[in-house]
Design a binder for this molecule. Sequence first.
Ligand SMILES: C[S@@+](CC[C@H](N)C(=O)[O-])C[C@H]1O[C@@H](n2cnc3c(N)ncnc32)[C@H](O)[C@@H]1O
Length: 239
Amino acid sequence: MANLTGQERARYVQDMFERLAARYDLMNRIMTLGQDARWRRTVIRLADLPPGGRLLDLGAGTGDLARLAVQNNPVSQVVAADFTLEMMRVGRRHTPDPLSERLAWVGADASRLPFPTGYFNAVVSGFLLRNVADLDMCLAEQRRVLKPGGRFVALDTTPPPATPLLPFLRFHLHTVIPTLGALIAGQAEAYHYLPDTTEGFLAPEELADRLAASGFVQVRFERRMFGTIAIHSARKPER
Ligand SMILES: C[S@@+](CC[C@H](N)C(=O)[O-])C[C@H]1O[C@@H](n2cnc3c(N)ncnc32)[C@H](O)[C@@H]1O
């Protein structure tokens, strides 16, 4: 996987999530010991959606962030977009009817979004950025579809920092997670992909720099889970 780029990388990622879709949510809960629910609440709070505003959950997968946004913002419109249709099919089945009315599911590639410029008040993503073939394009597209002053929030794994805990965190990443992935999801390869892309991804400071270089302002990040998770937030400039 490490040597794949462009369309080949995108196809690899799509095939992997297609196979994982049925067990994806369960694996998330187990790997994070249920902590991902708290991080997701922070993402939706930071999105700060105004009443009646529009939110895009990009790389929505099974739609955990999108559903939370609908629940927390009773008069908002929420769009969940992803290029793996099977992930969204699973998500739709898990969405109760009252929420479905304000949640649209759209097949879309994060590097070429099918939405007008300045359409959304907030764009959020969970565990997307480290997967995309062209990060700068993906950031530029998110900035384009935001309204002036709109909010960007991204939750993702991040290379574990050099602290005394590093050997334990690496053991969890490279041994515990792939073993659980093989036992629970029957997908050991996908759960080698997770630690490999985590270690290969940008440090939070570097991602913050890329956001600033993409034209975002008020760029901030907070770390969670012994520094292995980061939540970045930023704004599109008012003009
Ligand atoms: C790790 S899952 C995250 C799902 C969900 N956001 C969450 O928080 O659990 C990553 C998702 O990003 C999607 N994805 C990766 N690259 C993408 C791209 N270029 N365009 C659209 N979706 C993409 C995958 O299909 C997958 O559903």
